[in-house]
Design a protein around this ligand. Structure first.
Ligand SMILES: NC(=O)c1ccc[n+]([C@@H]2O[C@H](COP(=O)([O-])OP(=O)(O)OC[C@H]3O[C@@H](n4cnc5c(N)ncnc54)[C@H](OP(=O)(O)O)[C@@H]3O)[C@@H](O)[C@H]2O)c1
Length: 243
């Protein structure tokens, strides 16, 4: 598959990338390198009209083109992958190959996950209040995990509390892979530096929306990069505007 870098523009041989060619992954690693220091990145896939699930209720049926390869590259740049518990349940989420997975939950119920015990896999980090730890243990069974405690106030943790727990664990570069609820929470607090958004050329359906109607207030972003593949999928990087 040929991926074209439309923005920023460069010499023709620099902007067309054969994803099956030698060195393709290294080039993508360069294109997706985060800035220096700690960062929070969102990585999501959407339709043209902003839906994040196909009719089967998962993002798996939206993923197309080079999305999986780019997902792997973005994961490689991260210290931790953060997801909401509904995503784990709805998508039968599988363990990433090398980057640790962190799940945020109030209930502790991770039933429906698709994790399989694997020799040498990093432990799963579960951000949960003390009252949810039994449910976490029950639903994770033999999967190696560590609880990162959240305040037990009987209400959801704040975004700074979630990020603070990951940072205290040593995770500087965080990539959040959704779902919309968790992504919206991080955006509402102005904590997101970089958005990687894959847009598939589909419109309509009954899938859920990227951001709720009463989601975060309007914020301004500037394009850092735009790739387009020969299936019409585009892959954008947006950076938060400083003003
Ligand atoms: N297209 C994409 O890129 C993409 C990516 C990811 C997911 N998805 C789709 O999005 C859907 C799920 O998204 P969603 O927005 O409904 O849910 P979500 O953000 O994945 O998860 C929400 C859940 O996470 C936990 N949580 C979130 N914020 C929390 C907080 N502040 N404190 C404590 N726990 C917190 C809670 O878990 P408990 O209920 O356990 O307390 C909450 O119910 C699925 O259909 C999935 O397929 C699409």
């Amino acid at each position: 598959m040929i991926l074209r870098r439309v923005h920023p523009a460069g010499a023709a041989e620099e902007v067309a990338l054969d994803t099956d060619g030698a060195g393709a992954r290294d080039r993508l690693l360069e294109w997706y390198a985060p800035g220096e220091g700690e960062s929070i990145r969102l990585n999501l896939v959407t339709t043209l009209d902003g839906r994040v699930t196909g009719d089967d209720g998962t993002s798996g049926s939206l993923t197309a083109g080079a999305d999986r390869m780019i997902l792997g590259v973005i994961r490689e740049h991260a210290d931790v992958i953060l997801v909401g518990a509904s995503t784990v349940r709805a998508e039968s989420y599988r363990l990433p190959r090398a980057t640790p997975l962190a799940i945020v939950t109030s209930s502790g119920d991770l039933t429906g996950h698709g994790f399989e015990p694997r020799e040498g896999a990093p432990e799963v980090l579960v951000l949960a209040p003390e009252s949810a730890t039994d449910a976490v243990r029950r639903s994770l069974g033999g999967i190696r995990h560590r609880i990162l405690p959240l305040p037990d106030r009987g209400e959801p943790a704040t975004a700074p509390e979630i990020v603070g727990a990951l940072r205290a664990h040593g995770a500087g570069r965080i990539v959040c892979e959704g779902g919309p609820g968790l992504a919206g929470l991080l955006l509402a607090e102005g904590l997101v530096d970089d958005v990687c958004l894959t847009t598939v050329p589909r419109l309509g359906g009954s899938g859920i929306r990227l951001l709720a109607d009463d989601g975060p207030a309007v914020s301004r972003w500037e394009p850092r990069q735009l790739l387009l593949d020969d299936e019409g999928v585009h892959y954008a990087r947006w950076a938060r505007r400083a003003d």
